[in-house]
Design a protein around this ligand. Structure first.
Ligand code: COI
Length: 356
């Protein structure tokens, strides 16, 4: 390991949560990784320390101007006791693209991977093994200069925390109902929509509350200009199966380039299933629904893996999908990707990385 990491172990390990009732992101492991950045010195003082609150100046820039980024990936235990990460290189590349976009110094990819491996190894005994569970890894960087002028910070903290998780949605793998939002927008091209930064998520909350009040679990965003073209769901990318073809919105600058999204596309190509990345309007979807060719709809994301959609609501139009049941393609993708992640299915794509 190239990164020099000082390890201080906790003297008071926590009791593990009930691994049958984890929910998502509610429990945290015994340790966290921290590394600081100072202009002129670069990234320094990589360390693993007991998980505890961090102390920040109330003027720290992250609190005022939101200069922060985050990532999400997962670690899994195989039946023979190995620990696997799923496509960490993709998260690291995206993290550094986010960093570039919001003026945070990038982290050398080998150091980033070393940091992930080291913290996962330290808390390896927290990786849950029940079906549908995993250890969610949340790397993030915050701007720490105690200054109220608007400019990029000169100092940062890079932190990685770990959370044993179950399904992201309470529905689990049961289909969710989705509200198509045509009033609020999440992002516009040229903004930060394709970066993994908190700003995109706070922008989504008002519509999410509205959707919840209407009995829908998630919001499907339309583009910010015409309010017509499909973008993504707040915590997921979106896919449609129309007349045998898997279609998803093309990356256009305001959509998050999801790692699971990329895995669906690659698996379709590998399986010989027709797949298209293109501009899709809500009218196209409604038309497919009306003429009976809208066969499946599903969201993809690291947290959710895959989430089948059982109903779409667009203004006063309600579109039930596949009789409200998970479709055959969605199930096949879920079984394959979770099989690869947990080492039950051969990893023919070299997607997994072992933590030793
Ligand atoms: C993920 O899928 O990892 C995400 O970051 C989505 C969400 C939990 C914000």
């Amino acid at each position: 390991m190239a990164l020099d990491i000082k390890v201080t172990r906790t003297t008071t390990p926590k009791a593990k949560p009930d691994m049958d009732n984890l929910g998502f992101g509610k429990y945290f492991t015994d340790h966290m990784f921290i590394m600081n950045y100072t202009e002129g010195k670069g990234w320094h003082d990589a360390r693993i320390v007991p998980y505890e609150p961090i102390v920040l100046d109330p003027a720290a820039m992250v609190f005022h101007y939101g200069q922060e980024m985050f990532e999400g990936l997962k670690a899994y235990k195989t039946e023979d006791g190995r620990t696997l990460l799923f496509r960490p290189d993709k998260n690291i590349e995206r993290a550094n693209r986010t960093n570039e976009r919001i003026c945070i110094p990038t982290i050398p990819k080998e150091d980033f991977l070393d940091a992930i491996k080291a913290i996962v190894k330290t808390d390896e005994d927290w990786i849950p093994t029940n079906p549908g569970t995993s250890l969610y890894i949340r790397p993030f960087i915050i701007a720490t200069d105690p200054v109220l002028g608007v400019r990029p910070s000169y100092t940062y903290m890079f932190i990685i925390i770990l959370s044993p998780v179950g399904a992201y949605y309470s529905e689990g793998l049961n289909p969710v109902k989705i509200w198509i939002e045509d009033d609020y927008v999440r992002a516009v091209r040229g903004g930060v929509g394709e970066a993994k930064t908190g700003a995109n998520y706070v922008a989504s909350m008002k519509a999410q509350v509205k959707a919840h009040d209407e009995g829908y679990s998630q919001v499907l965003w339309l583009d910010g200009v015409y309010r017509k073209y499909i973008e993504e769901v707040g915590a997921m990318n979106i896919f449609f199966k129309i007349n045998g073809t898997i279609v998803t919105p093309a990356l256009n600058g305001s959509i998050l380039p999801g790692v699971t999204r990329d895995s669906v596309i690659q698996l379709c190509k590998y399986w010989g299933v027709p797949v298209e990345e293109k501009r899709i309007s809500i009218d196209d979807i409604f038309e497919a629904y009306q003429n009976g060719t809208l066969e499946e709809v599903f969201g993809t994301g690291t947290a959710a893996v895959i989430s089948p959609v059982g109903e779409l609501r667009w203004e006063d139009r309600i579109m039930p999908v596949n009789g409200g049941k998970i479709g055959a393609f969605s199930q096949k993708f879920y079984d394959t990707v979770t099989g690869i992640q947990t080492g039950k299915i051969a990893d023919e794509h070299n997607w997994t990385v072992e933590v030793k």
